[in-house]
Design a protein around this ligand. Structure first.
Ligand SMILES: [Zn+2]
Length: 225
């Protein structure tokens, strides 16, 4: 949610843990309900060696972020619009989060700010795989993420933070993206949501979400959900 600009991270920083005597990566991971793999990835660790006093960044639990999406959606104060499409985007820059893009979109004259309904973090300015909920979702407003207002009125915009022409989405971003697509499909009821990415909607106008966004495999997996 935009009011919680830092999302799951207090003050825009990931929670940390100082290594104590007798700690191992698996013990720390178990203690915080996260995987050793995510703990190592978050800290760029190549092996299992840690030393006393070392400060480790703790990745946010994706389930926490998913629960927030469920809660926000179940407690919508307005009727849900009749969505028929999911549109995937990248932000085109490595940095940023929902609050930063919201400010940017307001500056660009979009009166409702953040053009997307959801933003999925990459671990730089919000959690890796963290789903931030935009006010266009909580208020059930059309998006501002594609050129056509008709498509904005029926398409749920999901933006992954990053530039996927040059970089790649993180595994946790893709995991959350797919989870969100599945949740949205479940939530809109009997209608089957179509799946598209921005450049399929506005061909020739944008490269979004970039050549390294796995559109084909995500679509395949989404269609099997
Ligand atoms: Zn886009």
């Amino acid at each position: 949610m935009l009011s919680g600009a830092a999302g799951l991270w207090a003050n825009g920083r990931p929670p940390t843990y100082r290594v104590r005597k007798g700690d191992t990566l698996s013990k720390i991971a178990r203690l915080h309900g996260i995987s050793v793999r995510d703990l190592k990835r978050e800290n760029g660790l190549k092996d299992d060696l840690i030393r006393i006093g070392q400060v480790l960044k703790l990745p946010a639990k994706l389930e926490t972020s998913y629960a927030r999406v469920r809660n926000a959606t179940e407690s919508l104060a307005v009727p849900m619009l009749s969505w028929s499409l999911i549109v995937g985007h990248h932000s085109g820059i490595r940095n940023g989060n929902a609050a930063a893009y919201h400010r940017g979109h307001l500056r660009r004259g979009m009166s409702n700010g953040l053009a997307y309904h959801f933003v999925i973090g990459n671990g730089i300015d919000s959690g890796d795989g963290e789903i931030e909920i935009g006010s266009r979702w909580t208020k059930q407003l059309p998006g501002g993420h594609v050129r056509s207002s008709a498509v904005n009125g029926k398409g749920i915009g999901i933006c992954c933070v990053g530039d996927f022409e040059t970089g790649k989405p993180t595994p946790r971003q893709l995991e959350s993206f797919l989870w969100l697509c599945g949740y949205l499909q479940e939530t809109v009821g009997s209608r089957r949501l179509a799946f598209a990415v921005h450049k399929e909607i506005d061909p020739g106008h944008t490269v979004c979400p970039g050549r390294n966004f796995p559109t084909k495999s995500l679509r395949n997996r989404f269609e099997k959900l």
